[in-house]
Design a binder for this molecule. Structure first.
Ligand code: ADP
Ligand code: ASP
Ligand code: MG
Length: 424
């Protein structure tokens, strides 16, 4: 049994859905679980609807929802599918329209409403793909991930209950899996509420299904030839990494290579399930295998994180940066939900680099100022190089001012600012 995962880019229009159909058809007769994301940028559009709705801008929320409906209607119109196959999609269209007609109460939690509305992207896309596959003659079952992937009720970041998930998935698939289409990114609580697993979480869903069923492999189909040694959006000369160990892939993802969601790898590693990252545009090409025992000559890899903030904290009394100060600092970061991308301390200062998130940072700075003198630098880049040597460091530092550097044997992290922006 294999698991295929198709992300938003692969199903962003009718041509994309046809292409996905062709890739699935190649597995005809084999057991296959297909995990699918919302089409194109639907999740962003749904997030915008939640913002409007929760701010009480009901008309704006409804208009935005209408746009989502029209986008999907235009895509399905290209297939000329019978109305019976589209009934589940239309039912979602009207249920969300009704929900948005009534303003939220002041008691309604933002995150809970988010998890009621945003998962619709995956529910719609999987119903459309199922309708299309049925129409072209493939015997396909639609599975509701809300009833299979059990999470706690941490809305927007559901924590998976692995034992329940495994038994629910095994019970649902039974002896003969056949072809099954289900949603990435979503799960459900014991009380039947829908949850999401965190943005970009569909890769993780594929790993959850693969782990639960002991899949022979997982393939995540992307708009790139596989895992490259840098994001091609920011780097011209990239090379394909044909093989990675689980550890290499985990670290690349952890440092910010967005091609694989960081939570995807551990469950697969625990069961020794190979993960392939392949191009949905060139499905015959080998792509990248994650799960190689060793990689003899590792290629230097670059990970860029832009829009970084360097915060430096200095005790206001005569204390050093020691355990008591550190536990206070970590507590404040954890409460604010701000992830630390890099940290470094001296006797009298503690520096951290974080994503510059306008919804979380101002409050955090306020809290920190209650205990420390706080200085910060904005608009920085965090560059991580795995398997570095001096020439790779020199290459990325051209035109940049280095503010902070941290090295281990295999990885260097550089916090930099564009030279042009540096003040004297
Ligand atoms: P999905 O359609 O599954 O959501 P994503 O857009 O999340 O796919 O991931 C694919 C994108 O990841 C690529 O378009 C690319 O810009 C980006 N990316 C970042 N780092 C890398 C890397 N090291 N190798 C390949 N792609 C990368
Ligand atoms: N649709 C979700 C998102 O855009 C999940 C995913 O695509 O992985 O974040
Ligand atoms: Mg994605």
């Amino acid at each position: 049994m294999k698991v295929y995962k198709f992300g938003g880019a692969s199903v962003r229009d009718a041509a994309g859905i046809r292409n996905v159909g062709t890739i699935i058809q190649r597995e005809t007769g084999n057991d296959l679980i297909v995990v699918v994301s919302a089409m194109g940028k639907t999740t962003n559009a749904l997030e915008d609807i939640v913002v409007s709705y929760m701010a009480g801008r009901i008309d704006e929320a409804q208009l935005r929802w209408q746009n989502v409906v029209i986008t999907h209607e235009l895509i399905v119109a290209e297939f000329e599918l019978p109305d019976t196959l589209l009934a589940p999609v239309r039912a979602i269209f009207s249920s969300i329209a009704s929900k948005l007609a009534t303003a939220p109460t002041t008691l309604t939690s933002y995150d809970a409403v988010y998890d009621e509305i945003v998962p619709m992207g995956e529910l719609i896309s999987t119903h459309i793909l199922t309708a299309y596959l049925t129409h072209i003659g493939l015997p396909v079952r639609w599975a509701d991930a809300r009833q299979l992937v059990r999470t706690d009720d941490t809305f927007r970041e559901g924590k998976v209950d692995w034992e329940t998930t495994k038994s629910q998935i095994q019970a649902f698939v039974g002896d003969r899996i056949g072809l099954l289409v289900t949603q990435g990114f979503i799960g459900g609580t014991a009380n039947g509420e829908t949850t999401t697993l965190g943005r970009e979480g569909s890769d993780y869903s594929a790993a959850i299904f693969g782990y639960s069923l002991g899949a022979e492999s997982i393939t995540i189909w992307k708009d790139v030839p596989g895992v490259l040694n840098a994001d091609p959006r920011y780097f011209d000369e990239t090379v394909l990494l044909p093989e990675l160990t689980y550890q290499d892939a985990t670290e690349l993802a952890y440092y910010g290579a967005t091609v694989i969601h960081p939570k995807t790898i551990k469950p697969l590693q625990n069961k020794g399930i190979p993960l392939y990252v392949k191009s949905f545009l060139k499905p015959d090409q080998p792509g990248t295998l994650v799960g190689a025992p060793t990689v003899t000559k590792p290629t230097p890899s670059f990970i860029f994180k832009v829009n970084q903030l360097l915060i430096s904290l200095h005790p206001t009394d005569f204390s050093f940066i020691a355990e008591d100060n550190l536990s206070l600092i970590f507590g404040l970061f954890a409460t604010a939900g701000v992830k630390i991308n890099l940290m470094q301390n001296t006797a009298l200062s503690f520096s951290v680099v974080v994503d510059s998130k306008p919804d979380r940072i101002p409050d955090l700075l306020e809290q920190l100022r209650g205990h420390f003198r706080v200085a910060y630098n904005e608009a920085l880049e965090l560059i991580t190089i795995r398997h570095y040597d001096q020439s790779t460091i020199d290459r990325v530092l051209v035109g940049k001012k280095l503010l902070l550097e941290q090295k281990s044997r295999s990885t260097v992290q550089l916090v930099v600012r564009e030279e042009a922006q540096c003040t004297a």
